[in-house]
Design a protein around this ligand. Structure first.
Ligand SMILES: C[S@@+](CC[C@H](N)C(=O)[O-])C[C@H]1O[C@@H](n2cnc3c(N)ncnc32)[C@H](O)[C@@H]1O
Length: 249
């Protein structure tokens, strides 16, 4: 067995039953050290753990594939979903013949949305602002297209000390297409220790202290703050206007 397992945003309650079963069956669990810590509570005492640091994704997956070829039951963990900016695809790229099982997890986008309210009620896009694996120009081209399409936009890897100018440029591209009072929410460490939930607007987003532990949700023209929560209208109020009024909504 070799499985790419999404562990969700962090809290043990958000691990799926499938993920727990695979983690308990594993001989070896391979992953980024902080993610291994998040699931340490569900591992059997005999499980071998191989944790490594940031930017060691290729080495980590090569090691996992080699352990698998030796006949070990191997789980490679990713935060959120293993197939969303995670390890699943890399394992398949490195060895297309390996029968990699993928166990889905709750993504950071879903987790941040739940903490903020219901911002993903209508069409949305997900973009990563990391320019480590995608050239900066390509990132900016995608941002321009999504900003113009009026989609609620979930931004992964929004900023770092090195990439702060890129984040500010991205906010500028959204401001070229959307009003400065467009609601925005961002969540740091969703469902983990040190969680922070913030509501703000596009006009001041460039100055917010977002970093690589945050997920940002930029609203569309249908997004509002209702009762302190970020909500994107699905369209019910327009379609059923009369009954809406009857119900006092
Ligand atoms: C390499 S991506 C991993 C995405 C993950 N596979 C998923 O499905 O959500 C790392 C980025 O995910 C976001 N992220 C992951 N966990 C998060 C959490 N608990 N709270 C907020 N953002 C998170 C941050 O934007 C971070 O920079």
């Amino acid at each position: 067995m070799i499985a790419a397992v999404g562990i969700g945003p962090g809290a043990q309650e958000l691990l799926t039953a499938e993920a727990v079963a695979l983690l308990r069956r594993a001989d070896v669990v391979v992953g980024y050290a902080p993610y291994i810590e998040l699931i340490a509570g569900v591992l059997a005492p005999s499980t071998q753990v191989e944790s490594s640091g940031m930017r060691q994704e290729v080495e980590r997956c090569r090691r996992a594939l080699s352990l698998h070829r030796e006949g070990r039951r191997v789980v490679v963990v990713s935060s959120g979903d293993a197939g969303v900016y995670g390890m699943a695809g890399l394992l398949m790229e490195l060895d297309p013949s390996a029968d990699v099982e993928v166990a889905p997890g709750i993504t950071a986008c879903q987790a941040a949305a739940a903490r903020l309210g219901a911002p993903l009620m209508n069409d949305f896009a997900v973009l990563s602002l990391s320019d480590l694996l995608t050239p900066r120009e390509e990132v900016l081209r995608r941002v321009r297209a999504v900003a113009a399409a009026d989609l609620v936009t979930c931004l992964y890897n929004p900023s770092s000390r090195r990439r702060r100018p890129l984040f500010e440029e991205v906010v500028g591209l959204f401001l070229a297409e959307r009003a400065a009072d467009t609601p925005v929410g961002w969540v740091k460490n969703a469902y983990r220790d040190g969680e922070e939930v913030h509501l703000t607007t596009l006009g001041v987003l460039a100055g917010e202290p977002v970093d690589m532990w945050c997920t940002v949700l930029v609203g569309s023209s249908r997004t509002e703050v209702l009762g302190g929560r970020l909500v994107t209208r699905r369209g019910y109020a327009d379609k059923y206007e009369e009954s809406w009024e009857d119900a006092g909504e």
